[in-house]
Design a protein around this ligand. Structure first.
Ligand SMILES: *Cc1c(COP(=O)(O)O)cnc(C)c1O
Length: 243
């Protein structure tokens, strides 16, 4: 299968999921996750119509992004989806237009400071750990609707991040646990959607985006309200490096 054929199949699956959920196709942005794949693969995907690309490492992106722009002259938006060390915040603010993986107040403050200096706010999402898995990045939010401590800590962080001048907080991102049956991911996606609604109401702040859904679970994520699906393997094939 070529990247173009894979893109067609993914787009068809997205359209089918939108139809099942009575949603418009233009509500869902496809972010092609090109991490570990060479610039040439990105160029191929761009030729097949991809406009949004997701990367998870600064070092790799510093090399790949300029290479892509030597060959692709249509608009491309770069999305940072991986864990960011605070000392890399400035590089991320310069390389990427959209950051899905803001997982601490400290990181948010550094990204904001970098973008204040650049004079251009950065679109971000708050990465939320709704499933409560210990090893996972993201703001802790397991049982946020029942656990007062978790709720208050999260609300406090979100309030401070919303006040940062260099960021546009566009919504929330999560990764569902790896499960055998994709139906088991559905409650995680539904919980993120409910949290988004609750935060938007509490802070009177629109949070239009929900970044959820990957190769193994994006149809269910779309049914639960995803506006950004991050898809790697279904477009570019298996990754050889462990990521
Ligand atoms: C790698 C990655 C993806 C894409 O995963 P696939 O299973 O290849 O679709 C999506 N989101 C994040 C945060 C990732 O690190």
């Amino acid at each position: 299968m070529t990247i173009a054929e894979n893109m067609d199949r993914v787009r068809q699956n997205i359209a089918d999921a939108c139809a099942r959920a009575n949603r418009r196709l233009d509500e869902v942005t496809l972010v092609a996750v090109s991490k570990t794949h060479p610039a040439e693969s990105v160029v191929e995907a761009a030729a097949a119509g991809a406009q949004h690309f997701g990367e998870n490492r600064v070092e790799e992106s510093e090399i790949k992004i300029p290479r892509v722009h030597e060959q692709v002259h249509t608009p491309v938006t770069w999305h940072m989806i991986g864990h960011i060390q605070s000392r890399k915040a400035k590089d991320v603010a310069e390389l990427f237009q959209f950051v899905h993986s803001v997982d601490s107040l400290k990181l948010a403050a550094r990204l904001s400071a970098a973008r204040v200096e650049m004079g251009q706010p950065l679109d971000i999402l708050l990465e939320i750990n709704v499933s409560g898995e210990e090893a996972k990045d993201g703001f802790h939010a397991a049982h946020w609707d029942r656990d007062g401590q978790i709720h208050d800590a999260l609300w406090n962080d979100v309030q401070q991040i919303l006040a940062l001048p260099g960021l546009h907080v566009r919504g929330l991102m999560t990764m569902a646990p790896i499960v055998e049956d994709i139906e088991m991911a559905r409650p995680v996606f539904a919980s993120l959607a409910a949290l988004r609604a609750e935060l938007a109401e509490s802070f009177h702040h629109p949070l239009p985006d929900l970044s959820m859904g990957m190769t193994d679970d994006y149809p269910v994520a779309i049914e639960e309200g995803s506006t950004m699906v991050r898809i790697g393997r279904a477009i570019f094939g298996e990754r050889t490096l462990q990521q």
